[in-house]
Ligand binder design. Structure first.
Ligand code: ATP
Length: 198
């Protein structure tokens, strides 16, 4: 899988529909401080489901919507699409994979996989264990290396587990255990009813 392009509209400093293309190999983005280099990686993490406004360097999630400049009106929504080439089939999806997230000022949020409305959960599951998730090691920001070196053993284990591909099964196990608990509870309720009836 490789990221072919990021298309942003209304996301942070991207007031106009902007496409950043990535060729195979190494891409370097250069520019003066504050010109919006980090906004590109923020946009990628945001589509992959980043829920923390703080980690996107804002106070509230709405802060990611273009807030206007002296010459430009603020916009009402932000939309970012990741265009991925999945011809290797690493992700269980079409070979052309477009993932979109949109956020309105009202706080309403939408996700799309190949233009079809989806849930965040669908996106998270697509990327689980691929090493491309929002908290994966494929995006290493300033300070991350120190963070990994200083991490507690359990936190470091979490990274290794994602790399090894066991996270998906851990998550499914947790979901199944929760369903089992719920079923046991229902069963004991049914038994109470049977007891009352007898
Ligand atoms: P540095 O090298 O300092 O990290 P950078 O090139 O990575 O800089 P960013 O931090 O990505 O720059 O971009 C910050 C710019 O984005 C600032 O100019 C800021 O005003 C602008 N910006 C952030 N959020 C918004 C928003 N919601 N609306 C308009 N502009 C925004």
């Amino acid at each position: 899988v490789y990221l072919k392009a990021v298309e942003a509209y209304g996301f942070k400093s991207f007031a106009e529909r902007t496409t950043v293309e990535f060729d195979q190999g190494l891409t370097a983005i250069v520019g003066p401080n504050g010109s919006g280099k980090s906004n590109i990686t923020d946009a990628i993490r945001w589509v992959l489901g980043e829920q923390s406004a703080k980690s996107l360097r804002g106070a509230r999630m709405e802060d990611i919507i273009f807030s206007g400049t002296e010459k430009r009106q603020p916009l009402n929504y932000a939309e970012v699409t990741l265009k991925l080439d999945n011809s290797s089939g690493l992700i269980e999806a079409d070979s052309k994979l477009n993932i979109t997230r949109r956020l309105y000022r009202s706080g309403e949020s939408e996700y799309f996989i190949n233009q079809a409305k989806s849930r965040l959960k669908d996106i998270t599951e697509l990327f689980l264990d691929t090493g491309l998730g929002k908290e994966s090691f494929s995006m290493i920001s300033q300070g991350k290396v120190d963070e990994i070196l200083n991490a507690k053993p359990e936190e470091r284990r979490h990274l290794i587990e994602e790399a090894a591909g066991v996270l998906k099964y851990k998550k499914r196990k947790k979901e199944t255990a929760a369903k089992l608990d719920e079923t046991m509870l229902n069963l004991s309720r049914v038994n109470d009813i049977i007891f009352d009836l007898e």
